[in-house]
Design a protein around this ligand. Structure first.
Ligand code: GTS
Length: 223
């Protein structure tokens, strides 16, 4: 055992991507086991490794953790990315829930029928521009510290950067009316650990393609 966390998921973004981001931001090296077949997934269940028969699975500090949010909270707490005190933690949770809602809409898009994809993408961009990014722009302005919470990097910042880049992949000019978010993006992207994760060859995963969607469907669907 290397002592590094071991991530078990599909070879793509999905729910695991935010976990990869957070570990990378914390400067933690991790190993990955990619599910390619339904048999691998069923074996994990048979061996009792998946509490709710679901992935992501992260083996860390002697635990076999499932449930994305619990995994992320543990990593954030362990690596000093979860604020100081209960109130900072409450703000971090709030911001993270917002970015989770936004990213969730994008994550599910490739799994929707073609008509829904066409219809929903503009709605997601519209929500990013009119609901989510204005809220984060305002939060940065009010807080005035360059970070969303406190005076150092937190899970909320890492999650927001991930969300910004995801929306920009869909519409590159989406930040044009958000100057503080533009500055935030540049600053956080240039922090050493994050900069490294953003470079080609890192464990960051590409946007899902048809092959990824087919693999996930094949593994999760019976028959
Ligand atoms: N609340 C869980 C979490 O956040 O971790 C949900 C996990 C979940 O639904 N995982 C899916 C799964 O294992 C895979 S994916 O949605 O991440 O692609 N589904 C199998 C099942 O039977 O629910």
């Amino acid at each position: 055992m290397s002592g590094k966390p071991k991530l078990t998921y599909f070879n793509g973004r999905g729910r695991m991507e935010s976990i990869r981001w957070l570990l990378a931001a914390a400067g933690v090296e991790f190993e990955e086991d990619f599910l390619e077949t339904r048999e691998q997934y069923l074996k994990l269940i048979q061996d009792g490794h998946l509490l709710f028969d679901q992935v992501p699975l992260v083996e860390i500090d002697g635990m076999k953790m499932v449930q994305t949010k619990a995994i992320l909270s543990y990593i954030a707490g362990k690596h000093n990315l979860y604020g100081k005190g209960l109130k900072e933690r409450a703000f971090i949770d709030t911001y993270v829930e917002g970015t989770t809602d936004l990213m969730q809409m994008i994550l599910t898009l490739p799994f929707s029928p073609p008509e829904a994809k066409k219809k929903n993408l503009p709605l997601i961009i519209e929500k990013a521009k009119n609901r989510y990014f204005p809220a984060y722009e305002k939060a940065l302005k009010q807080h005035g510290q360059g970070f969303l919470v406190g005076n150092q990097l937190s899970w909320a910042d890492v999650h927001l950067l991930e969300a910004i880049l995801m929306v920009e992949e869909k519409e590159s000019t989406v930040l044009s009316e958000f100057p503080l978010l533009q500055g935030f993006k540049t600053r956080i992207s240039n922090m050493a650990t994050i900069k490294k994760f953003l470079q080609p060859g890192s464990q960051r995963k590409p946007q899902p393609d048809d092959k990824y969607v087919a693999t996930v469907m094949k593994i999760l669907k019976e028959g």
